[in-house]
Design a binder for this molecule. Structure first.
Ligand code: FE2
Ligand code: FE2
Length: 187
C-alpha cells in the first residue's frame, strides 16, 4: 500500500474533517519519529494515516474499532509491520488488541493522544496557530490536568520508558512535524 492508496482507503470510510485532520497529524508525527529513529518514514506514515480509518464507522460500537481496520488492511495484503502497529494502538481500549512491542508500535501508541493535546494548545493561542505553539507551552498545559482533561497523559508519557526519549523532546518532534503540515490541519 502506498500513501495514495492509504489516503483513498481513509477517505472512503471517513468524512468528518476533524477526524481526517487527526489522522493527518498522526501521520506527520509518525514520519517525524521514523526520521528520528532512522526508520522507514513511508510505512510509519501510512500506519499513522490509516490507524483510525474505521473510527467513524465503529463509533457506535467501539469494540469494533481497530479490529475492523485491521481486517481491511489484511484483505489488501498490507505489510504486517503496518498492520501490527495499527492493531496495537488499541491496546487497553479494545479487547483483543495486543500490547505494542516495537519502536514503531510504541511510537503510534504514544503519539496518538499527543496530537490532540497539541491541537488544544494551538486553539487557545490568540491566533489559533500551530506556529505560535512551543514545546514549553505544551509542557505548561501538560501540568494543568484540567486542560484538555480527556487527553490521557500517561499514554503519552510512556515514550520515556518505551522509546527512551524525554517527554519534552517527544513533544518537540511531534509539534515540529505538525507545524510542517499546519495548512492541512487548518491551524
Ligand atoms: Fe484509535
Ligand atoms: Fe487516533
Amino acid at each position: 500500500m502506498d500513501r495514495h492508496q492509504a489516503w483513498l482507503l481513509l477517505n472512503s470510510h471517513m468524512k468528518n474533517q476533524n477526524l481526517l485532520r487527526h489522522c493527518l497529524a498522526v501521520e506527520a508525527v509518525m514520519r517525524g519519529l521514523a526520521k528520528l529513529f532512522g526508520e522507514d518514514e513511508d510505512s510509519w506514515g501510512i500506519a499513522g494515516l490509516v490507524h483510525d480509518a474505521d473510527y467513524e464507522l465503529t463509533k457506535d460500537d467501539p469494540s469494533n474499532h481497530v479490529v475492523t481496520v485491521v481486517s481491511w488492511l489484511r484483505e489488501k495484503g498490507v505489510d504486517e509491520k503496518i498492520i501490527h502497529a495499527v492493531f496495537a494502538h488499541g491496546w487497553k481500549f479494545v479487547d483483543g488488541c495486543p500490547q505494542p512491542q516495537s519502536t514503531m508500535e510504541w511510537s503510534l501508541y504514544c503519539c496518538d493522544e499527543l496530537t490532540g493535546l497539541i491541537v488544544a494548545v494551538a486553539l487557545v493561542r490568540p491566533d489559533k496557530k500551530l506556529s505560535s505553539v512551543t514545546a514549553e507551552s505544551v509542557m505548561r498545559k501538560w501540568k494543568t490536568t484540567s486542560f484538555a482533561a480527556g487527553v490521557d497523559r500517561s499514554q503519552i508519557e510512556l515514550c520515556q520508558e518505551k522509546l527512551g526519549i524525554k517527554l519534552e523532546d517527544f513533544i518537540g518532534v511531534a509539534l515540529k512535524s505538525m507545524q510542517f503540515i499546519s495548512k492541512d490541519l487548518g491551524l
